[in-house]
Design a protein around this ligand. Structure first.
Ligand SMILES: *Cc1c(COP(=O)(O)O)cnc(C)c1O
Length: 395
């Protein structure tokens, strides 16, 4: 074959090699489905689970491996796997660790799509899922059956905000594991971003994050991650990742990498603003309870004080029950800076009303619950916005 290529081939092949030694802070964005091998021997010797080499875009590129390594370090773990959304990360844990005949325990205030996944596993896959009181603490021991393989936790539940006693739950699970039972604790640690709660230090086995929230910070990407300190455990979850084909896009991975350097500064700013606004709301006669873990109204407040170092921007309020849903809906509609929408962790403040009485077994009181995500706007402007919307509420 001559060295001269036809135009069509030249559009595809090149001999040009960019020089090595280009230095810059950002991680390069490697767009790749196919990964190239130098020769057949190199191809045959590669193992897709070995992160010191590359096999196929779905199993990782320099961009995704870098993000995984950084997330593991931030969370205090050793192994991390990315998934295309927070919910995909949750399902990856379930499908990696559970099989027909197994049992999983979920808190009754769990992120609702995780509840729905649990119901689906129960209905169609022969895996029982049972829901427990999020404030159960050491009492979880009584619910653990010989076939219970996984205990999900969430700290706090992201609508009703109860803070669970994670160390007590982990201790009960560890005691069962000491008898030879295959059982682990998974934590949805999205609320604290891995900043305000050091999950592994408190005994958690598997940490899940919705990177969609604080890690990205831009309200422009969906991604999730699962981190452990246990190679055998991550191997099982990695098998689910591979079998399900849970790859993530290079540009999305880049967006999360881009958000990481400012994550703690943003988190602390969300936290300070949220506490200021929550304290203002606490003094308003329209508000019955402020469900913010740093406030005494919040179930599990003492546990938050013991185990957490911060709180971020998400909390809920319960209105006095003299305000019917139509009034509190008018309050939400009257907000101007707070937009109506799910999620949190971005620069924009958000607000969602929830029909909490139908979501939580045994919920006490009939006041309407509204969840606020405090963004990065000036908190005084946000308070002024809430104040004018409270005037509409009272009209
Ligand atoms: C957002 C969120 C998820 C899911 O993340 P997605 O990327 O939206 O799928 C899971 N758990 C909690 C607590 C969340 O807030």
């Amino acid at each position: 074959m001559s060295d001269r290529k036809s135009l069509q081939t030249a559009l595809i092949h090149t001999d040009y090699q960019a020089p090595e030694g280009f230095g810059a802070f950002p991680t390069p964005i490697h767009h790749a489905s196919t990964v190239l091998f130098k020769n057949v021997a190199a191809m045959r010797s590669r193992n897709w689970q070995d992160k010191s080499a590359y096999t196929y875009g779905l199993h990782g590129t320099p961009t995704t491996f870098t993000l995984e390594a950084r997330l593991a370090e931030i969370e205090g773990g050793t192994h991390c796997l990315l998934a295309p959304s927070g919910l995909a990360a949750i399902s990856m844990v379930d499908l990696g660790l559970l099989k027909s005949g197994d049992d999983v325990l979920l808190p009754d205030n769990v992120y609702n799509p995780n509840r729905e996944l649990g119901r689906w596993l129960s209905q169609d896959f022969g895996i029982t899922s049972r829901f427990y009181d999020p404030l159960i603490g050491a009492g979880i021991a009584e619910l653990i059956q010989p076939n219970t393989r996984l205990v999900w936790t969430e700290a706090p539940g992201s609508v009703s905000m109860e803070v669970p006693d994670i160390p007590a739950i982990c201790q009960a699970v560890r005691a069962r594991r000491a008898t030879g039972q295959d059982i682990h604790v998974a934590l949805d640690n999205t609320w604290s971003a891995g900043i305000a709660f050091r999950a592994f230090d408190h005994g958690v086995d598997i940490v899940m994050q919705a990177l969609t929230k604080y890690q990205s910070g831009g309200s422009d990407v969906l991604m999730g991650a699962v981190t452990t300190r246990d190679a055998a455990l991550i191997h099982r979850i990695e098998m689910a990742h591979m079998r399900l084909g849970y790859g993530v896009g290079a540009d999305d991975a880049y967006l999360v990498l881009r958000g990481l350097p400012s994550m703690k500064l943003r988190f602390d700013a969300h936290d300070a603003a949220a506490r200021k606004i929550a304290a203002w709301l606490k003094n308003r006669p329209e508000v019955e309870r402020v469900l913010h873990p740093a406030f005494e109204d919040c179930p599990g407040h003492e546990i938050w004080k013991r185990d957490f170092t911060g709180a971020g921007g998400l909390f809920s309020i319960v209105f006095n029950e003299r305000y019917a849903e139509a009034r509190t809906d008018a309050f939400v509609d009257a907000l101007k800076l707070f937009k109506i929408g799910f999620s949190w962790g971005g620069a924009n403040s958000l607000c969602v009303p929830y029909r909490i009485q139908g979501m939580r077994r045994g919920w006490k009181g009939s006041g309407q619950l509204v969840r606020l995500n405090i963004g990065l706007e000036d908190p005084e402007d946000l308070i002024a916005d809430i104040e004018q919307a409270l005037n509409v509420l009272n009209r």
